[in-house]
Design a protein around this ligand. Sequence first.
Ligand code: CP
Ligand code: NVA
Length: 306
Amino acid sequence: MARSLLTLRDISREDLFAIFERARIFKDKIRRQERVDVLRNKIVGLVFEKPSTRTRTSFEVATLRLGGGTVYLPATELQLTRGESIKDTARILGSYLDALVARVYAHQTAEELALYSGIPVINGLSDLAHPTQAVCDLITILEIKGGFDGLTLAYIGDGNNTCHSLLLGCALVGMNMNAACPDEYNPDSDVLEEALLIAAATGSRLNVLQDPIEAARGADVLYTDVWVSMGEEEEEETKFKVFRGYQINADLLKVAAKSAAVMHCLPAHRGLEITDDVLEGPQSVVWQQGENKMYGAAGILDFMLR
Ligand code: CP
Ligand code: NVA
C-alpha cells in the first residue's frame, strides 16, 4: 500500500515540518512565477463526493503549478452512482493515476480508496478528518506567529472533522488547543485520545470544554468552522439553536490575547459562527489562510509524490 494522508495520524512531527518547509519554498517560487516541475509526468485525480471551492481548486492549481496534470472526477459522474464498488473503482483509478485527492462522506471510503488503489490518497475532507486543512492552517500560524511554542489556539464550535485534525495538528507541533464545543458535539473520543498521546510527547496541552469565553481567554488564535457540516443538512434547525453561543464576535475577541489572530476554515456564514465585523476586521487572517491552502497543497503533493 502506498503512503497516504487520511488523517494526521499518518504523519510524524518531522514530516509535518518538512511539508511546512516545502510549502514555504513553493509559495516563494509560485509567487515569483518561477518554473517548478517537481510533479512532471504525474497525474493527480480528484474524486469529490461533496462540493468544494478551496480544496479542489488549490490541489488542482498546485498540481498544475508544479508541472503535473489533473483529472477532476465528481463522484456523481462515476459508475459508483450505478453500484460499482469503491474497491473496483480504486483499482482502476490506481492503474491510471499517480495520486488521488478524495473528498468523501464516510471516512471508510477514503480508507478503501487507499487500500485498493495502490497510490497515495490524500483525504480532502471526510466525516472524520480534514487533515490538509489543518496542515495549511498551521502554515498560516507559523507565518504569522513565527512558531508554535507556548501558543494557544481556541477552537469555537462543532467538534467536527476540522476540529479533529486541528487537535492532532496542534498536538504534533506542540501548540496548545482549547476546543469549546456544546456537550453533545464534543470531538470524537478516539481522536482526542490519540491527540492527547501525541501531546504528552510534544508538551502540547489540549482541553475540551463547553465555555467559549473560558476557551478564548488569552488565546493567540481564535478559530471556527461551520456549525452545520456537509451531509448534516437535516440537523440544521437543532444545531442553529445549540450553537447560538458559539460565535466568534467582538466580545469574544476582547478576552483573547491582544494580538490574537482570527481564523476560519471557510466557507463562512456571517452572523452564525462568526460576525462580519470580526471576519473583515484587522485581526482576521482568513484570506491569507485561504490563499495558503494552495501552497500547503503544493507542499503535501510534493511530500507524498516525490
Ligand atoms: N475549507 C475548505 O475545505 O473549503 P472547501 O470546502 O471550499 O474546499
Ligand atoms: N466541517 C465542514 C468543513 C467545510 C470545509 C464540513 O465538513 O462541511
